[in-house]
Design a binder for this molecule. Sequence first.
Ligand SMILES: *[C@@H]1O[C@H](CO)[C@@H](O)[C@H](O)[C@H]1NC(C)=O
Ligand SMILES: *[C@@H]1O[C@H](CO)[C@@H](O)[C@H](O)[C@H]1NC(C)=O
Length: 333
Amino acid sequence: MFFRRLRRHLNNRNTTGNRDGNRDTRPRIFPNGAHILIIGMLIPSFLWTFALVLYPPSVFTGNFPNSNVFLLTAHPDDESMFFGPTLHRLSKNNVSVNIICFSTGDNEGIGHVRKAELEAAVSYFGSEKNPVNLLQIVDKPNIFPDSMTVEWNSTLLALHTKDIIESYISPENKDSINILTFDYFGVSGHANHRALFHAAKLLSDESRIAAYSFKPENGGSTTKREEESILPQNVVSTKYHVWTLKSVPIYRKYIFVLDSFISYLSYFASEEALKKKSFTIVSSFEEYSKTLSAMTKAHVSQMKWFRYAWTIFSRYMVVNDINLLDEEYNLGF
Ligand SMILES: *[C@@H]1O[C@H](CO)[C@@H](O)[C@H](O)[C@H]1NC(C)=O
Ligand SMILES: *[C@@H]1O[C@H](CO)[C@@H](O)[C@H](O)[C@H]1NC(C)=O
């Protein structure tokens, strides 16, 4: 019954769609819109699944001492546009996630709106058991304005970072703190992103000098420590481990999850020493959809057409390569 009706329906359709009146009974062999749509969704899903086999969400290779991390960003939405995959994975692995954003994103005069958007966005990161622990938005436009052309003073930025972190961290965790931020290119080359890298590097260098100089077997003394100090005050007694988000060249930037395969190949081509200091995270479908919601439902004022394109095509929405910065390797791309 049903099939007869269906056949009649299909026949009618063919007849009406055929201008010269001959009924075309040949099976359709050319793909129509539905085929293209189905294939267009199957292939990416298959590749994404394959990427998750290479980088299983259950395996976390990052080793974060003391299980705390402070993410330094420059503008509200940096955390969602660039760091989503890492934030989800850290939280899933019981790492306490803290976000310090160094501007309200007031470049177009809507800093107060964007501040509220960031506060809403953090609820998409972290789980019920382990929500984002701290969000601090620094509103100091005279020293850290949201601007592509103003270079933030990285010394000042390092001092601010240190003050904020040390006011939150308990004394027993003070000898080991993780900072996560941009690498020296800062994904897009934005001056504010790069300044964050330089500030984090100052803290990393400074804490290494401190660790070295204070040891008498290295000929260290407090005087020597002060001479070598990069920061103006003799400030750093904490060990800062700095993790950076690797910037990729433009041809890798807009190929979404496919870029994880390039990460995979480049990892195996890299030196042994470097392998120990880097890892890649690929978001699961669920994690990606949360990052997508953070962008589209929280950072509403930012959702121009090119941001929609970003959320669909950018590899940073699903893939993050994280490198540990230390004295031997100044990792970038
Ligand atoms: C995170 O902590 C919960 C309980 O606090 C525990 O059940 C879970 O196994 C932990 N997860 C990891 C990955 O350590
Ligand atoms: C950056 O700030 C520090 C500390 O206030 C200051 O000593 C230094 O001169 C500043 N650097 C520049 C380039 O303004």
